[in-house]
Design a binder for this molecule. Sequence first.
Ligand SMILES: [Zn+2]
Length: 325
Amino acid sequence: MDGLLAQFLPTPDLAVLLVNDPLYGGAGGSLLIASRSASAPEIVRNEAGHALAGLGDEYEGAYPGYPDIEEPNTTRETRPEFIKWKAWIAPATPLPTPPTAAYQDAVGLFEGAHYHETGWYRPKLDCKMRTLGMPFCEVCQEALMKSIFARVSPIDAQIPAAPAAAAFAGHTLRFALDLVQPQTHSLLVSWLTNGVQALRSTNSQFSLAAAALGPGQHTVRALAADPTAWVRHDPSNLLQRAVSWTVQVETAELRLQPLAVSGGSFSVFGPGANVVVIEAADVLPHWRPVLTNRLVDGRMTFSDATPWTSLQRFYRAVMPDLPQP
Ligand SMILES: [Zn+2]
């Protein structure tokens, strides 16, 4: 089986061996096994709980020799403050929790789990890790969410893709994330400049004036997080992922030469191969673009061929914003 996987699918998310036999049966572990009995889909869900989230079985049936290792949903701990799923337990719920109808919807500490009738506890009266056909309990659901986020980033791509960018002070900087959005709600995105939060919303785009950062090196960081109510305890921050960019802001100056022209011919000097727009106005401040061109080795020459209708004409050179991602 391992050999077949290595040959045909070397990096599976979850390997499932379906046995072509109607007899009920299944097994978990690193490899998930199920037959084609009517219960197979539920067995696969239960076994995926083992394989994906490392969940334990919440039933008592003896399993001689099985190691006494606690899982996210099984424990021997009875001290309230040390129960790993305490975030889900309401203050009024008695611990251990009586296995009665009054507590069938409560998360508590129910005795009987991990192949033991006594001494081991589970979070809920019933759960898919105890009875096929039941939904996963809150604690198992949380463990599954975290196990998925441990494998998959909610950020598919950062735009611009390059983590370093240079900009001139007159530019607007634009950043965006390509997010894997949940079906039921939107991810929350925090945008930070130099470690200070500038925006926190569901907006996957962020723009700011490079001039606001000032000249020098800056960091723009985006943090995407899933605010799902299904996870209450995430000490490793698995539900959030961050990307960042380093931005070098340079003060850019354009120079015109000569400053007073006759006949509408002059040169523009500026940084590198930047795009420059020449604008003209016969009456101030009615500027209109007359030429967009790229500097060559920091220089560009312009000659105005349009007829003059006024006594004088003003020119200016402008560096436009970078194109939007
Ligand atoms: Zn459970």
